[in-house]
Design a protein around this ligand. Structure first.
Ligand SMILES: Nc1ncnc2c1ncn2[C@@H]1O[C@H](COP(=O)(O)OP(=O)(O)O)[C@@H](O)[C@H]1O
Ligand SMILES: [Mg+2]
Length: 328
């Protein structure tokens, strides 16, 4: 058995605003094993970035409410700002969703990196420069980019530099939040492959790869977790999620992607009608129930997370009776 790098149990994190609480992460449970790339999928607004921010930086109005987050055995939510800063980039790191604007326009890339690692007591000496150059080369970048300003670089280049920087201190766990969405298709594939290479080289321990496009995950994710409207829906090995999805929402997600090449019982599934509920002061119950053709009165109670198989869990009252056919 591989060790768990991250163990999250019933995590809740809400945006506290004047009108009340936006329950963007509301009872999420999962584990990430060493060496694993976990894909996190779900449509826009389902809480993927909020989950990432809860683990890395909680800025008001986002507040941790309850639940456990153990990273390498340490309870992350209880750490002081100082203690967490120590872990940042080394134990846990993020490639943020809007990273392309992260660079200062007045600093050369080299200065930007030097300032960042100095906070970890690292000097940008010859030895460190050699490490940076080797990492740049891994991502097909010439070391001359270090002497350039961000405005001189293309989006794809900046994306790769951000990958280099966020993995420079060999983090045990890295979150990639929609890193590919701003890129063209070939750059997307490159970024995803690079992340897997960094894992294969042992540079990163494990990763959480967040995307609204589940099809990007087929090649790189060992397992996929699906979220819906802030709730955990399903997690399982990639192959099982694609071939034997259990949650009606996972089924709909998979079925909306014809390129998967699965034989559907009937060739009709027509996307998902309706929109997700508003998360402000939302009450109990399965949040998919208003869009789900299988919902019953029971679904107004929050579903319990149940085990399907080893490493495969689902939160749906009706998963057993529905089976794993794609059309429910
Ligand atoms: N700073 C914020 N203040 C209030 N609500 C927010 C804030 N950021 C995100 N939200 C809300 O939280 C929910 C989840 O958003 P987000 O985590 O960004 O979703 P995703 O990354 O899956 O697209 C959405 O309803 C969104 O409107
Ligand atoms: Mg997001």
């Amino acid at each position: 058995m591989r060790e768990n790098i991250l163990e999250i149990t019933d995590l809740k994190a809400y945006y506290q605003i004047l009108k009340g609480e936006i329950k963007a992460v509301d009872g999420v449970t999962f584990k990430v094993k060493r060496g694993e790339i976990l894909g996190v999928a779900g449509e826009s607004g389902c809480g993927k970035s909020t989950l990432a921010h809860t683990l890395i930086y909680r800025k008001p109005p986002l507040q941790y409410i309850s639940g456990e987050v153990r990273l390498l055995g340490r309870e992350l939510m209880q750490l002081s700002a100082e203690e967490f800063k120590e872990m940042r980039l080394k134990s846990i790191s993020i490639i943020p969703q809007y990273a392309l604007d992260a660079f200062s326009p007045t600093k050369k890339i080299k200065v930007f990196i030097a300032d960042l690692v100095r906070e970890h007591g690292i000097k940008f000496n010859k030895e460190f420069l050699a490490k940076v150059e080797a990492r740049l080369a891994m991502l097909n970048l010439e070391s001359s980019v270090l002497n350039r300003y961000s405005i001189e670089l293309s989006g794809g280049m900046k994306q790769r530099i951000i990958m280099v920087i966020s993995t420079l201190l060999d983090p045990d766990f890295i979150i990639a939040d929609e890193i590919t969405s701003a890129l063209d298709v070939s750059s997307q594939r490159f970024a995803a492959t690079m992340l897997a290479n960094l894992r294969d080289e042992g540079i990163i321990g494990s990763a959480m790869f967040i995307t609204h496009d589940i099809s990007i995950l087929y090649q790189i994710a060992e397992r996929i977790m699906v979220m819906y409207a802030g709730q955990f829906a399903e997690i399982g090995p990639t192959d099982e999620m694609v071939k034997e999805p259990r949650h009606p929402y996972t089924k709909a997600l998979i079925a909306s992607l014809p390129q998967v090449g699965i034989q559907y019982q009937e060739q009709k599934l027509t996307g998902i009608k309706g929109t997700p509920p508003h998360l402000l002061n939302i009450g109990p119950g399965c949040r998919f129930r208003s869009r789900c053709s299988f919902s019953t009165g029971q679904c107004s109670k929050t579903p319990v997370r149940e085990k399907v198989k080893d490493g495969h869990f689902v939160s749906c009252w009706h998963w057993q009776e529905l089976g794993s056919d794609h059309n429910g």
